[in-house]
Structure formats: C-alpha cells, structure tokens
Design a protein around this ligand. Structure first.
Ligand SMILES: [Zn+2]
Length: 516
C-alpha cells in the first residue's frame, strides 16, 4: 500500500502543535510551560484528567489511560484510519503532503532519503577533516571551543579545493549530480560540478529530532572575496525558515529555564551552551520567521533577544519583537557590552568573562529591557508626527497579540505614556488584512488619498480623542475591521495631515495637544 514516508510523517508531527489540534475539540487550560490539561473526551470525565504536552507532542489521560500522539488523537476522536488522520491534520495545519497517488512520490521519498544519507556522510567527513587543518584548529581554539563541544555540535571543516567531498562521496557510491540535489555541490559555469563548501568552518544544522538537514559554512580567510557565511539551499529535507540552529540541543533546557535566549550566530549559540547557559538558539542565516516563533512558543513564553548592537542587530531586534509577540512570546532585550561601554556579542562576552561567564550572563538577563521600553527608546517621538507614527506602529503590533488581557495591559501602558486612546480604532490585525485581500465580497479599502478625506482620523471634541469616522462602509464596522487610516498607510502624508488638523477650531487646540 502506498503511504507517506516516515520523513513526511515526522515533519508533519514536528510542525503540528498538538494542543492546537486537540483544542479544536476539547477546551484546554495551560498548566505549565508547554503543558495543558482538559477534560478527556474518551471517558466521562468530570475533572480535567487529560494532559497534553506540546514539547513531546503527546496527550495522556490519567483516568482512563487514553494517550498517544496527535495522529492517535484524531484517529480515536474522529474515528478515522491512520491515513485519513494524517490528511486531516495536514489540512488543518496547512502542511503540504506529497501526493501518494502521484507517480513522483517514490522519487520524492527517494530524494529525501538520499539527502539525509549525504548529509550524514558530509557531517562526519567535515568533522574528520577539521584536525587536519591547522588554520581551522587555530580558529576553533581562538574561539575557545573544546573538543567535546566541537563533536557534540558536529563542527567541522570543508577543505579548500573543488573535489574534496565530491571524491569522498563518489567512493561511497554517490554521483556529483546527487550532491547537487543535496545542496552539497554546485554546478559551475563551465558545466562541471564542484564542492559547494570550500575552506570553510562547517556547522551542522539539525532538525528537532537531531538529524542533520543542512550546513552553514563560515569563511576562515578574511582576505577572500566571498560571503562570510554560506548556507545550504532549501532541499527535500530543509526549509530554512522552519529550523532554528541549536534547538535540537536546547529544546529540553528551554522549558526548564522558563525562557529562550535568541542569538544571532552559530558561535554565540555554541559558546553560551558550552559555558552552561543552555536555553539558547541561534537565528543563523535567516531572519526569524512566524514558523520559528510558533515552534518556540511550544517551549516557552519568554524570549531574551541578544542581538548585535549594530544597525543590522537593531533591525533584527525590532523585527523579532513583531514576530514573536503575536505567538504569545514576550520579548526582552539584552544589550551586552564591555565595562567601557563597547557593545559585544554573546560569544565575545563568554570568552572575556571566562569561568564566571554563565553567572555574569544570567545577571545581564536580569537587566533585560522590556520590548515596549526598548521600542519607545529607539524610536523618535519628539514631534507630534513621530509620536503618531510610533503609536500607530505599536498598536499595529499589539492588535496581533492573541492574549486579550495582555493586549489590554499594553494598551493601557501606551495610553498612559502617550495620552492615546486604549483601543484599536483604525488598526486591523494582520490576519484580517490578509482575509480582506482574499475576499472580494468584503468592502475594499478606499483609494489612498493624499489629503485627509472623510476616511481619516477625526478629532472628537466631546471625548477629547481622535477617531475614525463611525460609518465607514455604510454600517458600523467592528473595531478590528476598520480600514487603516492614512497615518499608517503613508508616513509621508503626515505633515499634510497635521496641517489640516491644525485648522480645527481653536478652542480644541489645548485639549488636542494634551491628548496626542
Ligand atoms: Zn480519559
């Protein structure tokens, strides 16, 4: 019987939050980090006897003994066979199952297993090559990585030359073409095939079950005109927006610590882990994605963002804040520096603090800045226009937070600090925005006008607040579905917008200034 391969099933299981699935049938209550309880649907349960563990991906009823993984739950609850349950879950989570009736399927399964075999072979080979390179060894010791750590993380070295791994793989029966498929070799302009990773320190990137699915290669020769980091392309096994470096090693440490530390680089992650700070993952080679955040949210609700102090680091920090908040993760920002104030990354910090690195680092975490203060501090808010832009931006982040009480708390802080209204008038959540783009029958946003027309914010002299017009689409819209005002649509329209606001009756001016 044709069926989905183990790889596909593992992927689906890893990408599925079991609590989300079970919650479609049984209300669940959080009982700890990554843990939920609910009334068991498989016996006449009066107290919540069913436990759900999102990290392990299992449920268990302590009264009747029902239990298993997410496939088992759907099979039992929906009275489906295994294949139907797999398809039901894939459909519910938007997971792309390969078509098992399609002629290409055996090829896909074959490709995945080929890529897996080649990755294993390459990982071992890179690790073996490292001691043969003085340059690589020297570099590793300058970064203070122990031999144990190096082996634990499968840090290796890809020698210079075009055919190092190619010829080793050939001896093991793999063709150059297969190496290209696995992302380990590249086609050259002259038609030949060469090793993709050459003269680079190699980091093995593992999926949650600890299987090597890709590599990141760091250049060792600073003089070379080549990118500092080179990553595997997406392959049959690897999608870079779905894998966080180091999570396979730290996934059990994160719930224990009650938080995750997000860092930028491979060395940051490994150094902290080696020093004893193990609840750490790196966002290497890519920006944090919604999928990353969703995966992390199964393990913890607190993330320390420890990115570099440069402009790129600040951009990454801002972006990460916006990505993790909707997933219910509260970001806290940590800036590491030397006693003289010079900003440093976690790897430098660990190396410079030696024996006391772990304790010193944890002490830094206690001084983390909350995300709200951080954004207030780095965003210009001196002028009315800047403040309006800032408030609209913050609200557009808050509107996506699913925990409504948390959302209210933040709105209140925003209102207190900036004298704005604690609501979302004029702001629409991301989800709704997407929905609106899809569904034609829903009212469309009016064309963006250069000057504030009837759709822009209005001053309400009774309540001393700004508001959107109440009858935007002919009927009173829910607050979350009101079209976003020109304030958010275009920052460049702000001066004009403000000019026309200034033309309001003068008796309002005092109140107006106070409330903005
Ligand atoms: Zn039960």
């Amino acid at each position: 019987m044709a069926f989905y391969s183990d790889d596909v099933l593992q992927d689906l299981k890893q990408q599925t939050n079991i609590a989300d699935i079970i919650q479609q049938f049984v209300p669940l209550k959080r009982s700890g980090s990554g843990r939920f309880v609910g009334r068991c649907p498989f016996h006449n349960d009066h107290s919540p006897s069913m436990n759900v563990n999102t990290q392990m991906g299992i449920y268990k009823c302590f009264a009747c003994g029902a239990g298993g993984d997410v496939f088992k739950f759907i099979m039992e609850h929906e009275k489906m066979d295994f294949k139907a349950a797999v398809e039901w879950i894939a459909n519910a989570t938007g997971f792309q199952l390969p078509s098992i009736h399609h002629a290409e399927n055996p090829k896909n399964a074959e490709e995945r297993s080929l890529v897996r075999e080649l990755n294993d072979l390459a990982a071992d080979w890179f690790v073996e090559q490292l001691p043969h390179s003085e340059k690589a060894l020297g570099y590793i010791s300058s970064r203070h990585l122990s031999k144990e750590t190096r082996h634990f993380f499968k840090v290796g070295y890809a020698p210079d030359g075009r055919e190092g791994f190619l010829s080793f793989a050939a001896k093991n029966g793999f063709s150059p073409r297969q190496l290209v498929e696995a992302g380990l070799a590249v086609e050259r302009e002259n038609g030949g095939i060469a090793d993709k990773f050459r003269d680079r320190l190699m980091f093995a990137i593992e999926n949650l079950s600890g299987k090597v699915v890709a590599f990141g290669g760091r250049i060792l020769d600073k003089e070379k005109k080549a990118p500092k980091y080179l990553n595997s392309p997406d392959t049959a096994l690897y999608k870079k927006g779905e894998i966080l470096y180091g999570l396979s090693k730290s996934k059990n440490e994160i719930p224990k610590a009650g938080s995750v530390i997000l860092v930028e680089g491979y060395f940051d992650m490994i150094s902290l882990f080696q020093a004893g700070v193990k609840n750490v993952v790196a966002v290497s080679g890519t920006a944090l994605t919604e999928k990353h955040a969703e995966i992390l949210s199964r393990y913890t609700k607190t993330a320390y963002l420890v990115f570099d102090g440069d402009e790129a680091g600040r951009t990454a920090t801002r972006r990460t804040i916006e990505i993790v908040l909707p997933q219910g993760i509260i970001p806290k920002i940590v800036a590491l520096s030397r006693p003289n104030g010079e900003k440093i990354d976690p790897d430098n910090f660990v190396n410079e603090h030696g024996e006391s690195a772990a304790d010193d680092f944890r002490a830094e975490l206690t001084h983390a800045e909350d995300w709200f203060s951080y954004l207030s501090r780095i965003s210009p808010t001196d002028t009315v226009e800047d403040r309006a832009k800032f408030i609209t931006h913050i609200k557009s982040i808050l509107v996506n937070i699913r925990d409504s009480e948390l959302q209210n708390q933040y709105l209140r802080i925003l209102a207190e600090r900036f004298g704005t209204r604690p609501d979302f008038a004029g702001i629409r959540p991301e989800k709704e925005k997407r929905k609106f783009q899809k569904e034609d029958e829903l009212p469309q946003a009016p064309p963006k006008s250069k000057s504030p027309g009837k759709h822009s914010l209005r001053w309400n002299s009774d309540s001393s607040t700004w508001s959107s017009p109440p009858l935007l689409f002919g009927k009173r819209p829910a607050p979350s579905s009101i079209w976003i005002s020109p304030l958010r649509e275009s920052a460049s329209s702000l001066p004009k917008f403000w000019t026309s606001c200034s033309a309001l009756p003068s008796r309002n001016t005092r109140k107006q200034n106070r409330s903005i």
